[in-house]
Design a protein around this ligand. Structure first.
Ligand code: APR
Ligand code: PHB
Length: 394
């Protein structure tokens, strides 16, 4: 058994773990990041793609925004499509000048991995048997295997940034955790296509055949989603069937056409809302998907992970530099305020835009009424826009 020591042991190299390590490094606080997957895997994994303005600002201020500023696509609105017509929600006009940036999560991950390596800081990919110990004490430990060697990492604090299926949340006794959850009766089938986008902004479509989303990653790559059954077998969806469904749900009689192209990637993602409270147990702090999940309709997942580690980094800086414990004590409550706002917004967008199995004329008319209201009332549109671009930090 080989012994290591650090100030903050970080489990998981997604956006949460990597950004936390980076923010701590800027303040000369030592950390070790442990990731079970390979570097290649985490840098290729296709995930979310929308950054709130506040997330963009944090990446820029912390010095990892250079490629994002060059390659990210700044969007000043989205379109909501239903009843055969499109309706634009103008973000800057409704939010006092705010907007979003379309930049893939794996690009954020690549930039943060590069920064970590350039700084010469510890980041281990492909580690196994990761387990956390003694988190109730002032001397928590993480054990893991790296190749043939067994390690024990002594820490002052452990950050559980290991996603929804990680081990950190599970290390908290069930009596000390409250879990709140909704599983939706549908999933998203997503594709990445080598097709230049034919629309400048995202399109959220409510359609009798089910929800569809038009998104993109670059001037050459389109990202598209359709609502499918939760247990949908991807084998039943040859590319032609996916394109047919996308044309039917997204195109209206205004003459706009989406462009097809070779499908580079496809997958089915379940839809869930989930929150574990509190986001802390002893010296173990949870951040990102390890603590909460939102359905992707509000584009909030990556932004919540970034918002959590902004708070956690600030609290840890106070702890290590000024022996302050108040910010760490407030960590969970501070994060959960933003988390529950995003949970509500994501649930609301999901409920308004999807077809529910067994729904009836009553529910569909409520959805249509809500959609009509959102695109015709400035106040309702401003509420959607304010949540979508991200609420300011307290
Ligand atoms: N040991 C080490 N690493 C682990 C372990 C483990 N036992 N279990 C999981 N991991 C790693 C995963 O391989 C993954 O790389 O933890 C990382 C968690 O990263 P994410 O799942 O990307 O979670 P997070 O950083 O919180 O970012 C949230 O991801 O799912 C999307 O929509 C979500 O955009 C949001 C973002
Ligand atoms: C994406 O581009 O992957 C994306 C965009 C907006 C969403 C969800 C996903 O709401």
């Amino acid at each position: 058994m080989r012994k290591l020591r650090t100030q903050v042991g970080i489990v998981g190299a997604g956006p949460a773990g990597l950004l936390l390590a980076h923010l701590l490094h800027l303040e000369a606080i030592d950390s070790v990041v442990l990731e079970s997957r390979s570097r290649d895997y985490v840098e290729r994994r296709v995930r979310a793609g929308v950054l709130e303005q506040g997330s963009v600002e944090l990446l820029n201020e912390s010095g990892v925004g250079e490629r994002m500023r060059r390659e990210g696509l700044v969007h000043h609105g989205i379109e909501v499509r239903f009843g055969g017509a499109g309706h634009r929600i103008d973000f800057p006009e409704l939010t006092g000048g705010r907007s979003i940036t379309v930049y893939g999560q794996q690009e954020v991950v690549k930039d943060l991995v590069a920064a970590r390596i350039a700084a010469g800081c510890e980041l281990r990919f492909g580690v196994g048997d990761v387990a956390v110990h003694d988190v109730e004490s002032d001397a928590p430990r993480i054990s893991f295997r790296d190749g043939a060697d067994e390690f024990e990492l002594a820490c002052d604090v452990v950050a559980g940034c290991d996603g929804f299926h990680g081990i950190c949340r599970q290390a908290i006794p069930t009596a000390n955790l409250s879990v709140f959850e909704r599983v939706y009766p549908f999933a998203w089938l997503g594709i990445l296509a080598a097709a230049p986008p034919t629309h400048d902004e995202l399109i959220y479509a409510y359609h009798e055949r089910g929800f569809a989303l038009y998104s993109m990653r670059s001037p050459e790559i389109t990202r598209l989603y359709i609502q499918v059954a939760p247990d949908e077998d991807i084998a039943d969806w040859p590319d032609e069937r996916i394109w047919q469904e996308l044309h039917a749900r997204l195109e209206t009689s205004d003459g706009w056409k989406l462009r097809e192209g070779p499908v580079l990637e496809k997958g089915v993602t379940g839809m869930r809302s989930f929150v574990a409270e509190p986001m802390q147990y002893g010296r173990l702090y949870l951040a990102g998907d390890a603590a909460h999940i939102v359905p992707p309709t509000g584009a909030k997942g990556m932004n919540l992970a970034i918002a959590d580690v902004r708070v956690l980094a600030g609290a840890l800086i106070g702890f290590f530099k000024a022996r302050r414990t108040d910010l760490l004590e407030a960590y969970s409550a501070t994060c959960l305020k933003r988390v529950w706002r995003a949970e509500h917004f994501s649930w609301w967008m999901t409920s308004m835009l999807h077809r529910f199995p067994g729904d009836d004329g009553f529910q569909q008319r409520l959805q249509r009424s809500q959609l009509d209201y959102v695109v015709s009332s400035r106040v309702a549109a401003a509420s959607l826009a304010e949540n979508y671009v991200g609420l300011p930090f307290a």
